[in-house]
Design a protein around this ligand. Structure first.
Ligand SMILES: [Zn+2]
Length: 552
């Protein structure tokens, strides 16, 4: 009776009813089953994946590797018709997109949103999302952190769900600070078995914010790749994300916007909104240096769990709709960025410069209609001023958005670097990152540029287990004997911008910062006298004969 009335009402009002999905009991997720009080454990996720796999032809499940505590990290390959290898993806002609959840084990919305989408794409009404793309889903990247569940670990999440896991992996490290130093098995597996193997054109990393009371259900950021090629950033920031933001407002009534935090102690109304850092230690930023598009997604911590899953689901769904339509164009832009990076080395090595240190600056356009919960001031008993928020969402104009970066130190792009054989650990690290290098076959003399470290500083406080280092000094042109067994890194290769950021000694997120050169520099007396940085660069290879004799 009720049902008939409902159908009648729909017919009268002209609303198109969406086809009702009827799931069997085994397809109900942990949050759905628990009235959103619980999030899925690793075991729940694996059971759900296996259930789906038994019901669909269009999914393959593989492992990218094992976590610190020995759990397989599952990668789901969605394609129609089904494929299981990167070679098959290439042969299909369909570009690959990669969506990752749970890099921070306490930020659980992405994990659940991916599982809901998995169900809808393979068994529900979103099969069209497999028309023109291969989708890689990795719902639970930080498997170990996810399962260390306890109440109160995410105080800004309103106890919704009641328990979450922890931010760090099984070694106590933050996987989203590990992109350069690669000290975790998770990062190593991600770079080797997803990023390098599958070469996704777009990567999406799903988080939950840490607590600023802005008025957006979800905020996003493109890859900050100011040391890279700008085309991938421009498309992501100026085309794809604005289109998606408009769509979710029109279709779902959701407000999304650029990522950031404000500091109410700067006064009210809000004047400044600050994004996060540009460093490639963050996976999303690093992908820009790899000439690929990437998106950071941050659902709003203070909304309830079910709302955050929905916001994240809606965002990922729109990204997949966009990629399904524009994937080939995106792949072309990425390819052109890669070619431009290589061309810059071939044509401008020894002349062109790029930033190696950056500071955050406001974008040229201010934010208008910026949404925030409202704050009002009051005077405390001691006479000082403080702020309280209320439930009103208000909008403000002319908010400075610190969402851009300006270089403060630049360095010359070389044709290549020489890594002496004694520094083979550096060469091995580059190989882990996917860099191509070659061994020198016979001794020879070249004109080289060396960096002389005059000041070597280390942070007092540990960060991710490191007293991070930085170097100041100057470059000198010298004649160098390159020896058989040394390593040569030709910069005319796809990862050229990442290599530059890792190897430049003045970089703010390179291998020197992460203590890869501490023992060499300290053993050579850097604390009492200038020391030559062991990795040096050249502008021309091989050095023309006339130049070899010019300098001693
Ligand atoms: Zn996070």
């Amino acid at each position: 009776m009720k049902k008939r009335l409902f159908t009648l009402l729909l017919a009268v009002s002209g609303i198109a009813a969406e086809a009702q999905q009827v799931w069997t009991d085994d397809l109900i997720l942990t949050p759905e089953r628990s009235n959103f009080e619980k999030t899925s454990s690793y075991g729940d996720v694996m059971n759900f994946i296996n259930t789906i796999k038994a019901k669909s032809q269009d999914i393959q499940v593989t492992s990218i590797g094992k976590s610190t505590l020995g759990k397989d990290i599952p990668l789901l390959i969605l394609s129609h018709p089904s494929i299981s290898t990167p070679e098959q993806a290439k042969a299909s002609g369909k570009p690959v997109i990669y969506i990752q959840g749970n890099i921070h084990g306490g930020e659980v919305d992405g994990k659940e949103a991916i599982l809901v989408l998995l169900r809808d794409i393979l068994l529900g009404n979103k099969k069209n999302l497999l028309d023109n793309q291969v989708i890689l889903f990795l719902p639970i990247y930080n498997t170990d952190g996810n399962d260390k569940m306890a109440p109160g670990l995410r105080p800004s999440q309103e106890n919704s769900p009641l328990e979450t896991g922890i931010r760090e992996n099984g070694q106590g490290l933050d996987l989203n600070r590990d992109g350069i130093k690669m000290e975790t098995p998770e990062t190593e597996a991600l770079i080797r078995n997803v990023i390098t193997a599958w070469d996704p054109q777009v990567t999406v990393d799903l988080h939950t914010t840490n607590g600023t009371w802005h008025g957006y259900s979800l905020t996003w950021a493109p890859s900050y790749l100011y040391a890279g090629e700008p085309a991938t950033y421009r498309y992501t920031n100026d085309v794809m994300l604005p289109a998606i933001t408009r769509n979710v407002k029109e279709k779902n009534g959701l407000f999304f916007g650029p990522f950031g935090d404000f500091n109410v102690r700067e006064g009210w109304p809000v004047k400044n909104f600050y994004t996060y850092n540009h460093h490639p230690r963050y996976i999303i930023n690093q992908l820009g240096l790899r000439n690929r598009m990437a998106i950071l997604s941050e659902s709003f911590a203070h909304e309830r769990f079910y709302q955050r899953i929905y916001s994240t689901y809606t965002f990922v769904n729109e990204i997949l709709l966009h990629f399904n339509q524009h994937g080939k164009e995106i792949a072309r832009i990425n390819q052109e960025a890669e070619a431009a990076a290589i061309r810059n080395v071939i044509e401008n090595a020894g002349k062109a410069t790029k930033g190696v240190r950056f500071k955050m600056v406001p974008t040229s356009q201010q934010l208008n209609g910026f949404r925030s919960y409202q704050y009002t001031s009051f005077t405390k008993a001691d006479g000082s001023k403080s702020w309280i928020k209320n439930g009103n969402i208000v909008t403000y104009d002319d908010v400075n958005y610190y969402g851009a970066f300006k270089d403060t130190v630049q360095s010359t792009v070389p044709q290549g670097y020489i890594i002496p054989a004694a520094q083979s650990a550096i060469a091995e690290h580059l190989i882990k990152q996917g860099v191509k290098l070659e061994k020198i076959e016979k001794d020879q003399t070249i004109e080289a540029t060396v960096f002389v470290v005059e000041k070597f500083t280390k942070a007092q406080r540990k960060f991710e287990g490191h007293n991070m280092a930085s170097a100041e000094g100057h470059f000198e042109t010298v004649t160098k004997k390159v020896l058989k067994g040394d390593f040569k890194v030709d910069m005319a290769q796809p990862l050229t911008n990442l290599i530059f950021y890792m190897l430049e000694p003045q970089s703010d997120d390179g291998l020197l910062n992460w203590n890869f050169f501490d023992s060499y520099l300290e053993q050579n007396g850097v604390n009492t006298k200038p020391v030559e940085f062991p990795v040096y660069k050249y502008a021309v290879w091989p050095t023309p004969e006339t130049q070899k004799t010019r300098k001693k």
